[in-house]
Design a protein around this ligand. Structure first.
Ligand code: OMP
Length: 210
């Protein structure tokens, strides 16, 4: 069964409330900039006290290797893994991967993004990014639920676990991608759970469909 990852792009109070409500139906949590910038990295510890789930830091790290390394060293004292951008090149991604490996944490790399603007610059290089992720033997790639055919291709090229956002608020349909996902993959859902009138029921709904 693919795993359900809750995306928390919220402030601290709302985020902790949602985690409490949905904790029995989610397998993992993704912490975004808006949450960490409106609180601190300690939010990861607070989340884990409520729901002891795998927690990935979505910092989409995209800098030169030495700076990436510093960001990874600080962040990975907290989260179980970190999301990086690949377009900055292999050396930058490897700098994060080396830190993550030494701490037994995950490095997940963005290939093609889920929003319309991804067609402008990132889609044309996304297959190459997926190849690079495979070459670096990363722990997973981010690929879009909003474009099922691209999701399938990127999964096939990389051969790595997929973390896929876009279902729900961005218009992606779970029924169109469910057959692409395996047990090792993660469905990322944010707003359609945390903005719903009943986040617990929505999380349960996604969990049961998976
Ligand atoms: P919802 O659109 O609210 O379900 O949230 C999707 C989550 O996935 C947000 O945290 C986004 O920042 C993130 N995301 C994308 O939506 N598209 C991408 O291409 C990549 C990510 C990501 O890296 O997580």
């Amino acid at each position: 069964m693919p795993k359900l990852m809750l995306a928390l792009d919220l402030d601290k109070d709302k985020a902790l409330k949602v985690v409490e409500e949905v904790k029995n139906y989610i397998d993992a949590i993704k912490v975004g900039y808006s949450l960490v910038l409106s609180s601190s990295l300690d939010i990861v510890k607070e989340i884990k006290k409520i729901a002891n789930k795998e927690t990935i830091l979505d910092f989409k790290v995209a800098d030169i290797p030495v700076t990436n390394e510093k960001i990874a060293k600080i962040s990975l004292k907290y989260g179980d893994g970190i999301i990086v951008h690949g377009f900055v090149g292999k050396d930058s991604v490897k700098a994060v991967k080396d830190v993550a490996k030494s701490l037994n944490k995950k490095t997940i790399m963005v290939t093609e993004m889920s929003h319309p603007g991804a067609l402008e610059f990132i889609q044309p290089i996304a297959n190459k990014l997926a190849e690079m992720a495979k070459e670096l033997n990363l722990d997973g790639i981010v690929a879009p639920s909003t474009r099922p055919e691209r999701l399938r291709e990127l999964k096939q090229i990389s051969g790595l676990p997929i973390y896929t956002p876009g279902v729900g608020a961005q218009g992606g349909k779970l029924e169109e991608i469910i057959n692409i996902l395996d047990d090792e993959d993660y469905l990322i859902v944010g707003r359609s759970i945390y903005l719903s009138d009943n986040p617990k029921e929505m999380a349960k709904y996604y969990k049961e469909l998976l």
